[in-house]
Design a protein around this ligand. Structure first.
Ligand code: KIV
Length: 271
């Protein structure tokens, strides 16, 4: 059969190989076409259409409200804007907790309607059975342990997780269950760096840390945090590589001044 060589996109095999070669994996969240073009052009390994869109795009206080239709809308734009990164899409709260059948239906919608390459879901061994089924029908799954923002009410906040021996051991056995179920990689959020290191050594699949120290196989950040888009948010684990909120503020103020002074548009900007 003649297959069109689909794209030059990275595959889950490329991501797994990176761990074998001790080559660190880079991942950023992304929610729209324009940003996807820029980040993908910079050769990021993985674009995550995160449910953090609920916070940074829609202004909600947590990730719970985003719907399946909304994440699909964002994912379509990110897939269109990218050509080389692996695109992973978060399954929104409510889309995988009801039944295995509904989970599979939701995951199929994401893959079929967006053209994305994989899905991510939060949680441990309790999802092993459905993850096995998703992988079995050809949908790659990224796991997510530690701080799982969709459980914010159960966790009572966004504090560091798995600090005690008992909770650390629970996290390790969840991670082993996720790997055995077929996850191709695992996000570990806000856990002690030593635990993330231990987990990274123990697992055959890559770990992607956010607030989990340097020993992970790769790192992920919310793009708005690393670009300094919200001056009200200062997170210990999120390095700000640029302060875009200040840059944008200055540019907009200059534009307003130019409009008021009648210096924009100039002759060269007019027909
Ligand atoms: O939605 C998101 O931004 C995430 C990252 C924190 C990993 O899941």
């Amino acid at each position: 059969m003649g297959y069109i060589s689909a794209t030059k996109r990275k595959s889950i095999l490329d991501i797994k190989k990176k761990k074998e070669k001790h080559d660190k994996i880079s991942m950023l969240t992304c929610y729209d076409y324009t940003m996807a073009k820029i980040i993908d052009g910079a050769q990021i390994d993985i674009l995550l259409v995160g449910d953090s869109a609920s916070n940074v795009f829609s202004g909600n206080t947590d990730t719970l409200p985003i719907s399946l239709d909304e994440i699909i809308y964002h994912a379509k734009a990110v897939v269109k804007g990218s050509s080389q990164a692996l695109v992973v899409v978060d399954m929104p709260f409510g889309s995988y907790q009801v039944s295995e059948e509904k989970t599979i239906e939701a995951a199929i919608r994401i893959i079929k309607e967006t053209g994305a390459n994989a899905i991510k879901l939060e949680g441990g061994a309790e999802y092993a059975s459905v993850i096995k089924k998703l992988v079995g029908i050809g949908i790659p799954v990224m796991g997510h342990l530690g701080l799982t923002p969709q459980s914010v009410h159960q966790m009572g906040g966004y504090q560091v997780q798995a600090k005690e021996d008992a909770t650390a051991n629970e996290l390790i056995s969840d991670a082993i269950a996720l790997e055995a179920a077929g996850c191709f990689s695992l996000v570990v959020e806000k856990i002690p760096a030593d635990l993330a290191g231990k987990l990274t050594d123990q697992l055959g699949i890559p770990t992607l840390g956010i607030g989990a120290g340097v020993q992970c196989d790769g790192q992920v950040l919310v793009v708005n945090d690393m670009l300094g888009m919200n001056p009200a948010i200062k997170l210990k684990f999120a390095r700000e590589y640029v302060n875009l909120s200040t840059t944008i503020d200055l540019a907009v103020k200059q534009y307003i001044q130019d409009v008021q002074a009648g210096t924009f548009p100039g002759l060269h900007e007019s027909y």
